[in-house]
Design a protein around this ligand. Structure first.
Ligand code: E4P
Length: 222
């Protein structure tokens, strides 16, 4: 499963990027607004920093407006993915863009039927918002399960990009279901590293090694 980071913050992206475990980035208007900078300038910085796909969303709601914005976004860099909302105009735009070879990510997806429509239009990615479904008392992962199954049934190439992730269990469930991508908020990725037994185990190993060093000195010294 690919790991994307769900953030428009350069410092937070850098915090994980250097390790080589980040495959891409997703942004949305709210994440860019949080940074306060000119959103296109901020997107350009992210696109330059990250070698993988970076989603940047249109804000027009009509077909013509979406196409105009999508074309401008697609010019920003080779690794850009145009994020389009799951509306009728949005799906029409995705069809046009996919025929022109422009990569798209259909966002605000809350049902497997919506995902099926997005795939039919040629979306590169489809983003089910699991956390927002859970918040409403629904089971977001059931929607992911259906999508993965349906896409498998028909050999659909559109990738399931699990979004609106709230905690590490969401990642685990997405991976169990075989989702293609999880876009992970930085605080959740941080939590995925942690385990009390790792910390305790390392402390003990290092203590025991110190007793050997007392006897033999620095054994790695050449
Ligand atoms: C990413 O593509 C989505 O826009 C994001 O995951 C939404 O997350 P939220 O529901 O926490 O705002």
């Amino acid at each position: 499963m690919k790991f994307f980071i769900d953030s428009a913050n350069l410092q937070l992206i850098k915090k994980f990027l250097y390790m080589g475990i980040v495959d891409g980035i997703t942004t949305n208007p709210s994440l860019l607004a949080k940074e306060g900078a000119n959103p296109i300038e901020q997107a350009k910085k992210i696109l330059k920093l990250v070698p993988g796909p970076v989603s940047v969303e249109v804000v027009a709601t009509d077909y013509e407006g979406m196409i105009k914005e999508a074309k401008a976004i697609s010019q920003l860099a080779k690794n850009v993915v145009v994020k389009i909302p799951m509306t009728k105009d949005g799906i029409h735009a995705v069809k046009t863009l996919s025929m022109e070879g422009i990569k798209t990510n259909v966002t605000l997806v809350f049902s497997a039927n919506q995902a099926l429509i997005a795939a039919k239009a040629g979306a590169t990615y489809v983003s089910p918002f699991v956390g927002r479904l859970d918040d409403m008392g629904n089971n977001g992962m059931e929607v992911v399960r259906d999508m993965v199954q349906i896409f498998r049934n028909y050999g659909i190439k559109t990738q399931v990009l699990v979004a609106s992730i709230r905690h590490p269990i969401h990642i685990l469930e997405a991976a169990r279901l075989g989702a293609d991508v999880a876009t992970i908020p930085p605080d959740v990725l941080e939590k995925m590293f942690n385990h009390a037994l790792t910390d305790a185990g390392l402390e003990k190993f290092l203590d025991d090694w110190k007793t050997l060093e007392k006897k033999y000195g620095d054994v790695f010294k050449t």
